[in-house]
Design a protein around this ligand. Sequence first.
Ligand SMILES: *Cc1c(COP(=O)(O)O)cnc(C)c1O
Length: 388
Amino acid sequence: MNFQKKIDFIDLSRQRQTRNAKGYKLGNLINRNLKKVFEHGQYILGPEIFELEEKLCKFVGAKHCISVSSGTDALLLALMALDIKSGDEVITTPFSFISTAEVISLLGAKPIFVDIDPKTYNINPNGIESKINKKTKAILPVSLYGQTADFKKINDVARDHNIPVIEDAAQSFGAIHNEKRSCNLSEIAATSFFPSKPLGCYGDGGACFTNNDELAKKIRRISLHGQEKRYFHTEIGINGRLDTMQAAILLAKLDFYESEIKKRDFFANYYNKKLNAIGIKTTPYIEPHNRSVYAQYTIQINNRKDFQKKLRDCGIPTAVHYPTILPLQPVYESSNNSNNAESNYKNAYQASKNVISLPFHPYLKKSEVDHIVARIKELIEKESDYII
Ligand SMILES: *Cc1c(COP(=O)(O)O)cnc(C)c1O
């Protein structure tokens, strides 16, 4: 099969060529929105910011949305709004991007890791209760690869101990858990609009969501330098705003997002069927009450490095999310988190050795998936050891 162009891991240029029901290209709608910003010139806290926040609230079903400068800042603001400070503990997953633990440490608190469920890759809710003590000030589950963590069980434990839950929804914006959207499943949610996330802008961006009026006000205040009114600062904050141009881009993209989620679902199922047919059993497991947005399409393979290289040689890019569990990151090595990490977090450790994400985005072509699966088939026919 001939490809005019090599396969991209995520293809953002094809997204710009997509048309809405009226025939307008998304790329042109973005250009039009940006032109409006250049004309009104309100680059900070322009009208697009508030229009976007309102639409995001509606999409998610949450009462408040505060758009912010990145997913990392969204997490930081959530923790700051809950007054997390030095000496506190926050329970989280060992299997995530560094941001999740980084923001806890940045405030002087300590991440307490609980191993994952090996099927979903999300924190195992049954491991949380035994880690709760007087220092525990929040639980921070991640909805990894686009599937929400088990918020029903997590919220039950949290409620019993009166501890707030923050969802790291950087990869799961738009996902559904028991008929509710990700970002509306806990006290506060933090999402990211980094370009390669399911809903991405053209730079850094993110948002916090909450149904709590006081927390919403506090997050907003902290995101604006702790400013209560102009030049009157009641607490320590950060410069955490989303800029107007990113909001203008997101407004155009949001209108296409629901149909993109359907396409993501279609291609994940298409991959599943094709990969299962060639003997790969580690296709994503999605709980029956969940709908994933597949931020990543991730399987497991033995001898991953070699497998990746061989795919790369056929022009197929892959990625690993994530090769090192958080407790084994050099930055956490000196803390007692890394003692016996390989056995304490054995499911996460195992996953970190074997997970591999394949090219995935809503504008794939069936022929591309066919091509990728055909190359994988050739590789595993030569070397059956790859199969887990
Ligand atoms: C991307 C990501 C973040 C950070 O988002 P940024 O917008 O890049 O700061 C946090 N947590 C998880 C799980 C992520 O995937």
